[in-house]
Design a protein around this ligand. Structure first.
Ligand SMILES: Nc1ncnc2c1ncn2[C@@H]1O[C@H](COP(=O)(O)OP(=O)(O)OP(=O)(O)O)[C@@H](O)[C@H]1O
Length: 599
């Protein structure tokens, strides 16, 4: 166990003892009893045998036999008690460990970590490590127990034959080294297989996903995906098989070696007894002590290996917990005041990774406070990226974005986001009730049905909701059943209806300083789209909005239209001024208008 890995033991034990103090204290007490019992039983057995062979009266032997029987019964119950209390400790500690892990995950301010495969591998290992603190602590307690037991039995062996005692001890050394090497190999294999296991999980989820199911069936790609999943699984199994084989050979070899040492010791003891050097009780003590020491040493070795393995896994857990925020958070963030003047992009350059192409190339644009700004551009021009930067999901690679003159980097991201309402292009549909789906926009509305209804009405989904089986309490899911189990099928909305719910979620923040709608009308019919825009202009009159749409007609009333082309702003102006300039906007608009007129 390296010193770096070993350092994880203290925080793991601290967490474990804080979450399950009673269980771990009981486990320690049970372990102590379990450590002393084998030594006591071994010596009592010798005493009984020697007394029998010396012809001691049965009345004197009976109390000894009863004590032995009681100790035997106690020995039999200890494993069950150990199992019960360690399972309970495991549950309590892993619950706390998981809670901490996802608190840490929630603390990452941006999206960068979730697009980093290395971090995702780390996270997958950390997710599997929530049992590590309890396992480590229980293993350490068991380790101490085995050391005490081994010392007691070893002492007994030394009394009979220091030479054999020495041989048994030395014989344990290769086992220890081999088991530690195997433990390290096991963890390295798990780390190496983590990306494959994530991929295998991806295929599994895909094959049972309702949305993917449509394409899978239409294109007939189920067997293709299943084949890929099975190939990945075979690769994982092959790696694990290689490891298992190695363990089989190493461990069988070690077992044979231990048996040979014990056998040789037994032959020696019988020869000694033949020469009258050892009594029958001595032989019984010898056999029990050799077996006991070997079992205890094997236990120590396997616990050390387990501890090493768990510590290496716990290392990944602490790595995720200790990962710094991927966006620098100002030590003393400036409060985010209500937007007065506007948001300014100052020569903003952005790419998603150092080895990826530039997505924004020197964007300089002002979103003046109180105006509705339309963002227009071809697919991949960088519109949604601008939106993500506005919410500070990422920081510009070069340049800066200011909120009333303050760099977004100097603001507290949570405060900034509290001032923004948004419907993203890839908005979420939650398998929750209608109320919950809307209230996620502002959790304070969860207990305020009037606000929920008002937001739903503004998004023009109220009437649809009222017709649902349980109105606003209807569960929108085919994946989960209602809690009361009365409706096993759940309700599914149409694409446009989901989009309206996402709008309602954003409208809960109707007084937000900035409302961003990234193609909120993609799933809406033309009438609904016109109504939506009329409603937004009334609702947001005098407030700042950024609207993205490929249907340029819906943006013609925007106070300012910004055209983005290949990551750069190429035109800005009103609909009328841009049409008269005859640039990209004019070309796109005229093409669309012609399309609608059928000419
Ligand atoms: N998370 C990401 N990681 C890497 N590249 C990305 C990521 N998101 C977007 N991109 C790339 O950035 C470019 C701009 O994408 P963006 O989504 O901003 O365009 P858009 O103008 O909103 O396009 P559309 O009209 O199709 O929605 C694209 O080339 C895309 O491949």
């Amino acid at each position: 166990m390296s010193r770096r890995t070993g350092r994880g033991l203290a925080p793991a034990a601290k967490l474990a003892f804080r979450e399950a103090p009673a269980q771990l204290a009981l486990l320690s007490a049970i372990a102590l009893v379990g450590a002393v019992l084998p030594v006591a039983i071994t010596w009592l057995t010798k005493l009984v045998i020697d007394s029998v062979t010396a012809g001691t009266a049965i009345d004197d032997l009976l109390p000894l036999a009863i004590v032995l029987a009681v100790l035997g019964a106690l020995t039999a119950t200890l494993p069950q008690l150990t199992q019960y209390f360690s399972a309970e400790a495991q549950r309590r500690v892993s619950r706390a460990a998981r809670d901490r892990l996802y608190q840490a995950v929630n603390r990452f301010p941006g999206l960068g970590r979730f697009e980093d495969p290395q971090f995702l591998n780390q996270l997958r290992l950390a997710e599997a490590a929530d049992t590590a603190p309890a396992q480590l602590t229980v293993a350490t307690i068991q380790l101490v127990k085995n050391v005490i037991a081994a010392l007691g039995l070893f002492g007994s062996l030394v009394i009979i034959s220091p030479l054999i005692a020495g041989i048994v001890l030395v014989a344990a050394l290769p086992t220890l080294l081999a088991e530690l090497a195997l433990a390290r190999r096991r963890v390295n294999t798990t780390v190496r297989l983590s990306p494959d296991e994530r991929r295998e999980l991806f295929y599994q989820l895909l094959l049972s996903d309702e949305r993917a199911g449509k394409e899978i069936r239409l294109f007939g790609i189920g067997d293709f995906l299943r084949g890929r999943m099975m190939r990945t699984l075979s690769g994982i199994h092959a790696a694990r098989r290689t490891l298992d084989r190695r363990e089989l050979f190493v461990q069988s070899g070690l077992e044979l070696f231990a048996a040979a040492v014990a056998g040789a010791g037994l032959v020696w003891a019988i020869l000694e007894a033949g020469r009258g050097e050892l009594t029958a009780g001595d032989i019984a003590l010898f056999i029990a002590a050799v077996a006991g020491v070997q079992t205890a040493v094997a236990g120590i070795v396997s616990l050390l290996a387990q501890t090493t393995e768990q510590l290496m896994i716990f290392d990944r857990y602490t790595a995720v917990l200790g990962a710094p925020p991927e966006l620098p958070i100002a030590e003393h963030p400036v409060g985010t005041p209500a937007l007065q003047r506007g948001i300014v992009f100052e020569d903003v350059w952005f790419r998603y990774g150092d080895d990826l192409p530039w997505v924004l190339r020197g964007v300089t644009v002002t979103i003046p406070s109180g105006l509705a700004v339309g963002l227009v551009g071809k697919n991949g021009a960088g519109k949604s990226t601008v939106v993500k930067l506005l919410c500070r999901m990422y920081d510009p690679t070069k340049g800066r974005i200011t909120w009333d003159g303050v760099d977004l980097r100097d603001l507290d991201p949570a405060q900034l986001r509290a001032r923004v309402g948004a419907v993203f292009q890839d908005f979420m549909s939650y398998d929750l009730t209608v109320t919950e789906n809307i209230a996620l926009g502002d959790l304070t509305a969860l207990e305020d049905p009037d606000r929920i209804t008002a937001a739903a009405t503004q998004a023009d989904i109220h009437e649809v909701v009222e017709k649902l089986p349980s109105g606003y309490r209807t569960l929108l899911s085919r994946m989960f059943a209602d809690d009361d189990g009365s409706d096993g099928t759940g309700v599914v909305l149409s694409g446009g209806q989901w989009q309206r719910l996402a709008l309602a979620r954003a409208f809960l923040r109707a007084d937000a300083d900035l409302l961003i709608l990234d193609e909120p009308n993609a799933g809406l019919d033309p009438e609904a789209e016109a109504e939506l825009h009329a409603r937004i202009s009334t609702l947001r009159a005098g407030s700042t909005s950024v609207l993205i749409s490929h249907r340029l007609g819906t943006l013609r009333d925007a106070d300012l239209i910004v055209v983005l082309d290949d990551g750069a702003v190429t035109e800005t102006g009103t609909h009328t001024s841009l049409l008269s300039t005859g640039g990209t906007y004019a070309r796109l608009f005229t093409t669309q208008a012609k399309g609608y007129q059928g000419s």
